[in-house]
Design a protein around this ligand. Structure first.
Ligand code: TYM
Length: 330
């Protein structure tokens, strides 16, 4: 890996499988950015613990996630892929940074407000300090660019603010990261309620497409997708359902909104929805094929994750040493 390349870092939670939103909002970019940048990608298992997890299921999902990331194009010969919990510096830097983060800042995080109001029975400290751990993930690697979906923008802003604040006190310790958002499909919406985000935790299976859904299920979900009044395939504010489907179609085919409007000119929603379903099915088929192969190859997975954690630790230790010295711990 050459030193002069800019660095990319991103992470994804392992629990509950990956959705089409994860893919279009983030993972697709994880793949293409490898051509230009020095990339580090992580399965952020520690972040998943804000919700109670069954140990055996968690253990399985961590491996499945790594297998899926490889299937989506993460290339361990060019990039580092590792499990967050295998590199202890994340938790350590998270504590240090939490002492430079205000209660008020964390209270304003919309994801915290959403999740704590949806699950009042388990508003734990981890849910509150979650964005600090995310800041630690990013800042440990002196990251320049963070490919994420729009829902993570506020967390990235916080990471930037923490870095700027820390640098203001101690001099240039952290690189201040920038977000990298896809031009289309930065926020994929639910197929059943296009005013809310497509979320893996949605109980309505028809609202979300999982990367492991079989072709028939994908087609069926798109046929059932909620559309808007009228029958024209056109992106507009008062057409959130159709606009969401157009973003998805654009995301998987690379066609622009203009091209899509022309393609479906005079055709109804039915035909359009089938076409989106087929395009998604065809885009996911090769990923699903590779996923199965990767998951079956236990030695390969173990090897990739072990090497990844070793390489990540070296970089993480370098930053942590610097931070400890600046603070006065060493
Ligand atoms: P997570 O695991 O919820 O999601 C992983 C990535 O998928 C994106 N995403 C979406 N994009 C578009 N439309 C959607 N409906 C959609 N749903 C999810 C997310 O924006 C994200 O990029 N806190 C992070 C994980 C994390 C992280 C990090 C990310 C931990 N540390 C450091 C970047 C850098 C999270 O929970 O993402």
């Amino acid at each position: 890996m050459e030193e002069y390349k800019k660095r990319v870092f991103s992470g994804i939670q392992p629990t509950g499988g990956f959705t089409l939103g994860n893919y279009l909002g983030a993972l697709r970019q994880w793949d293409t950015l490898q051509n230009e940048y020095d990339c580090i990608y992580s399965v952020v298992d520690l972040h998943s613990l804000t919700v109670r997890q069954d140990p055996a299921t968690l253990r399985r999902q961590i491996r499945e996630s790594a297998a899926m990331l490889l299937a989506c194009g993460v290339d361990p010969d060019r990039s580092i892929l590792f499990i967050q919990g295998d590199v202890h510096q994340h938790a350590e830097l998270s504590w240090l940074l939490s002492c430079y983060t205000q209660f008020g800042e964390l209270s304003r995080m919309t994801q915290f407000k959403d999740k704590s109001s949806k699950h009042p029975e388990n508003v734990n400290g981890g849910l509150f300090t979650y964005p600090v751990l995310m800041a630690a993930d990013i800042l440990l690697y002196q990251t320049n660019l963070v490919p994420i979906g729009a829902d993570q923008k506020q967390h990235l802003e916080l990471a930037r603010n923490i870095a700027i604040r820390f640098n203001g006190i101690y001099g240039d310790v952290f690189t201040v990261p920038e977000g990298f958002f896809p031009k289309v499909a930065a926020r994929v919406m639910s197929l059943q309620d296009p005013t809310s985000k497509m979320s893996k935790s949605d109980e309505n299976q028809n609202a979300k497409v999982m990367l492991t859904d079989d072709g028939d299920a994908i087609i069926r979900k798109f046929r059932r997708a909620v559309t808007d009044s009228g029958n024209e395939v056109r992106a507009a504010e008062d057409k959130p359902g159709v606009t969401n489907l157009m973003s998805i179609y654009s995301g998987v085919t690379g066609r622009s909104f203009d091209e899509i409007e022309r393609e479906f000119d005079g055709k109804g929603y039915g035909e359009f929805k089938s076409a989106v379903g087929e395009a998604v099915r065809d885009a996911l088929a090769p990923i699903q094929e590779r996923y199965k192969e990767n998951l079956a190859d236990k030695d390969m997975l173990n090897d990739v994750l072990k090497t990844g954690a070793e390489r990540a630790s070296i970089l993480a230790a370098r930053t942590l040493r610097k931070v400890r010295r600046k603070i006065g711990l060493d």
